[in-house]
Design a binder for this molecule. Sequence first.
Ligand code: GLN
Length: 460
Amino acid sequence: VEQYLIRIDEHRDLNVFTEVYADEARQQADAVDQKLASGQGGRLAGMVIGIKDVLNYTGHSVRAGSRILDNFTAQFTATAVQRLLDEDVIIIGRQNCDEFAMGSSNENSAFGPVRNAADTSRVPGGSSGGSAVAVQAGLCLASIGSDTGGSVRQPAAFCGVVGLKPTYGRISRWGLIAYASSFDCVGPIANNVDDAALLLEIMAGPDEFDSTVSSEPVSAYSQTTLPDRSAGAGPLRIAYLRDGVESAGVAKSIREATQRKINELRAAGHTVEPVDISLLTYLLPTYYILTTAEASSNLSRFDGVRYGYRSASTNKSAMDVSTPDLLTLYKKSRTEGFGAEVRRRILLGTFALSASYYDAYYTKAQQVRRLIRQETERLFEQYDFLLSPTTPTPAFKLGEKTDDPLQMYLADIFTVQANVVGYPAISIPNGADAEGLPIGLQLMAPPFAEGKLVALAKTL
Ligand code: GLN
């Protein structure tokens, strides 16, 4: 703990932690020491982690990177976090992220941007940027982030660490501040696949507080091995996204690094074949229609009355519903409390759900989501894994895409599919480009095949 506290202090410029629990972490460490001395330490005894600022932890502030949760204190602990605490993890602090997990660069935070430790003029990715840099810079051993369209995997790729998004419903969402409920997943970020698998294993499983969580048994993901080829098991069938190694929209360094892994897998005797996702161009539109719709509904609870920030420019009588002042209170609190990207998405989502446009946008996007799922299911009838780069480019410069949301959204082109269909996917480091910027490789597997997914990831 002391070691990490020193490093956190030395790297304040990266803007990773929005709050450091120094004294509390020391106390937790003492308690863990005592347990270990009596042979009772949990499976994570001594593991120092950080949590993204969207996970509730009783008695601690939680802000979702937003002004609107100013002065808000969590009333309960997220199931995922509680399960880690039950195994004696030590939580060293709360990590900066894009506001309400909306973003791909960590520039949408009320606490200011996070910087990539590989090159501080560059973004760490988002929205779990703080969580990825924390691991990259050695400010804690692992982090817990959330992934709605790539927010664990894309920053992991930009920072040269491992990021795992489980199957939808594998980990309870209880206590995770909602962005888009039918996409949101809690996921670990770590230095290696083993740590990520162990954290997943402990966080996963049924929870009476989340009706969408799966009752599928949790296996020992960190112990799973691939079928033994020397004992006669056939080769793995791996599809790779043709665009990932051929499209001019993907950086050359990334295409080459991906191709090298493909060659490696072929040399190991596996079947590795190119595939096209015919609905690829519809992935981002579908994702953004559905997630903004869900977000506009989820974020309606932040009204300046029940939680956090309330505009100072509304008068006391605002609480009287008979006066138009209540509306003013809502409007001013939400306008001042939410940042530009969150406001943009609430507007987009509200539009998509409005009576006149619901069928044209929301219903249509749901239909396309179904088609994408069917196409993905068909693909996985023939293959065990789908491989691609995690991102089309390495980490870009701070400010480079802030004026162009559509360019920013493209950073998720390879990651959103897993969320649209609910499949598990992992990003692992795949070398670096000539400038030393990390490159990520993504593997996707069918639902609840996390064991096989991490087993293959380990070999790569
Ligand atoms: N970058 C994507 C977005 O802005 C994904 C975010 C996420 O996974 N939370 O929506």
